[in-house]
Ligand binder design. Structure first.
Ligand code: MG
Length: 280
């Protein structure tokens, strides 16, 4: 692990290609830390050794390993409700097993935090799906704790007080939040900077991502993700708020568009923007 500065700029990126090539590309954006996403279908056989070698060779710090699942689809809000995270009943057992496998993979790399989108947790705590997901989250926390890892839930799908209540109910000291300000807006879950007043003390990592609110004339549609600084988050105000709550860990730029070349250009511009805002 490198000695990172307060509000060090990082990038959220995905496994799937050669680890050395992947890290070299991420470093070419001007960063030396980030979060690694593991796609659902990716075999992790032998992966830890290859990633460990690559991280040492490239002198790169991994802050978090993110777990995604086969069958997840972020097309619109009803599709997210049906497919994402621990909520869909049919895939709960396999997704729990996969999460534990990703926790073991992260531990082999010496990474002390795993994270995922848990999906839309029902507000009613007596709902059987709420109870089942709470128990899954507890079991993942307990497994991660044996590796001295934290387990972070990505924000976005629910308003801050709902997530806060759920976390209190799970009641595990290693349960934290990966705070994504754009998701709060894309899902229409509330102002992200105000959400930090509620959730701030439980934020262990953040995404620097931007986006606009869902269109009013298309119920169920998600808002549109934007290059950092061009959406409705208000990145300067987001960073001011992070400072105010005492957050000093990395700002992990996330950009999720299919055009790989444009994605890299947008991340590069985001690095420059954050460098300016961070040093104000
Ligand atoms: Mg995110």
């Amino acid at each position: 692990m490198l000695n990172l500065r307060p509000l060090e700029i990082g990038v959220m990126f995905w496994a799937g290609r050669d680890p050395v090539e992947t890290l070299a590309e991420v470093k070419s954006l001007g960063v030396r830390c980030g979060q690694l996403g593991i796609p659902g279908g990716l075999s992790l056989q032998g992966a830890a050794e290859a990633w460990k070698r690559a991280l040492e060779l490239e002198q790169f710090s991994l802050i978090t390993v993110f777990c995604a699942f086969t069958g997840e689809d972020y097309a619109d809000i009803p599709t997210v409700q049906d497919t994402v995270g621990f909520i869909p009943r049919a895939t709960r057992a396999e997704r729990e097993a996969r999460t534990l496998e990703v926790s073991d993979f992260a531990a082999a790399l010496g990474v002390s935090s795993i994270a995922l989108h848990v999906g839309f947790v029902p507000e009613d705590s007596s709902n059987p799906d709420y109870v089942a997901v709470r128990e899954m989250v507890r079991r993942v926390c307990d497994h991660a704790a044996r590796h001295n890892q934290t387990f972070a839930l990505e924000t976005g799908q629910e308003p801050a007080p709902v997530l806060q209540r759920f976390m209190e109910d799970v009641n595990r000291p290693n349960l934290w939040i990966n705070f994504d300000p754009a998701n709060m807006i894309l899902y229409g879950s509330g102002d992200p900077v105000e959400a930090l007043d509620v959730l701030g003390s439980k934020v262990i990592s953040v995404h620097a991502k931007d986006g606009d609110w869902p269109p009013r004339d298309r119920p169920g549609a998600l808002g549109e993700e934007k290059p950092l600084g061009q959406g409705s988050v208000g990145i300067a105000r987001f960073i001011r708020k992070l400072r105010e709550i005492g957050y000093a860990d990395a700002l992990n730029i996330e950009r999720e568009i299919p055009d790989a070349a444009q994605r890299l250009l947008d991340i590069k511009a985001a690095v420059e923007l954050l460098e300016k805002l961070r040093d104000v």
